[in-house]
Design a protein around this ligand. Structure first.
Ligand code: HEM
Length: 316
């Protein structure tokens, strides 16, 4: 996938790419002693992506790698990204945002499932013996960008220059310019209860019309809860690349939520509003039909950082 050069001299990883019909999300923990292998896999990721995707340019294969807070110290030591910390669990009156293990995230996407599969298989082969799989999700685009609740998802995502500004670390952390923070949560939906609701009631939960995707002015809806205004009066945004997944035979219907941000405080504020709630609206009503079963935070260094890993000294 073509990598945009958004600042004069730093090449980011391809998180600004468009949503694709297929994605695979891998979360692994690095075993004690597995650090050199993990470093090699990260350093070789761009080459691996090229090897798998080169002969199918129409497949637009891309892979973004993220590194968790504890793993960062083990793999690279200082300096560390200024705002990197483990996912903070939230216990609301009704719903819980769990924090689950994860040292490395691989967000693989392409227009074709086979390309995602082949790259995931090769990454896991190279990590064998050095890392343990925590979670693996094969996700897909569903109809016209809908989630498994039946609503169009991703409409208000920033694009172009705004997306780059939303996502990429700048001069506030000079060692990590061109990087980003990424938060993932795997949600399972209670589709039976959801489908018992009338469409008008579902629309009030989401804050958009179901068929036509028009925004509704509903206080306390998911869209309302997640519309954040910063101290300067501007909207505070994240870049979402959430995708549906599931196994109908097992009754599993899910959304793999993934959000990139220049400052992790932005998605964390959204999560606090969703789970802890704010008077008078309370928690986000989407949670009455969606349970978070994972929650992990990572830092996505620039592509240049990954390429120069061999020259970076690991901690002794
Ligand atoms: C159960 C998982 C989730 C589902 C099914 C879901 C679905 C949706 C849908 C259908 C929309 C409206 C269309 C759009 O703009 O995309 C939306 C908007 C949005 N969601 Fe979610 N979402 C989920 C979780 C989250 C989480 C965990 C966050 C934040 C950490 C979040 C943040 C947002 C934001 C920022 C918007 C745009 C609000 C605006 O209009 O400005 N969502 N989501």
């Amino acid at each position: 996938m073509a990598l945009p050069v958004v600042s004069d001299d730093v090449l980011p990883q391809p998180m600004l790419g468009p949503l694709t019909p297929a994605a695979v999300f891998l979360v692994v923990t690095v075993a004690p002693g597995g650090e050199p292998t993990a470093r090699e896999v990260l350093a070789g990721l761009a080459g691996l992506e090229r090897a798998v995707g080169f002969s199918s340019p129409e497949g637009a294969l891309g892979c973004v790698a993220g590194i968790g807070a504890e793993a960062w110290d083990r793999l690279f030591g200082a300096p560390r990204p200024a705002a990197l910390h483990p996912f903070r669990e939230l216990e609301g009156p009704r719903h819980r945002a769990v924090s689950t293990p994860g040292d490395l995230l691989f967000h693989i996407r392409a227009t074709r499932v086979d390309l995602c599969f082949a790259l995931a298989a090769e990454i896991m082969r190279q990590l064998r013996g050095a890392a343990t799989l925590e979670d693996e999700v094969q996700a897909f685009a569903y109809f016209d960008s809908r989630n498994l609740l039946g609503f169009v998802d991703g409409t208000e995502n920033p694009v172009g220059r705004v997306a780059a500004d939303t996502v990429l670390v700048g001069d506030e952390d000079p060692d990590f310019r061109g990087g980003s923070y990424v938060l993932v949560q795997k949600y399972l939906h209670d589709v039976d209860s959801w489908e018992e609701l009338a469409v008008e009631a579902q629309e009030k939960v989401i804050g958009r019309t179901k068929l036509t995707n028009l925004e509704l002015d509903v206080e306390g809806s998911h869209v309302d809860v997640n519309t954040l205004v910063g101290p300067d009066g501007g909207e505070q945004r994240i870049l979402r690349a959430a995708m549906p997944f599931g196994r109908p035979g097992q009754g599993e219907f899910g959304t793999y939520f993934i959000a990139y941000a220049r400052d992790p405080e932005v998605p964390e504020t959204m999560l606090r509003k969703m789970f802890l709630g704010e008077p008078p609206a309370g928690h986000d009503p989407i949670l009455d039909f969606s349970r978070a079963v994972t929650g992990t935070m990572f830092f996505v260094p620039s592509a240049d950082f990954l390429r120069t890993i061999p020259a970076r000294r690991p901690p002794v």
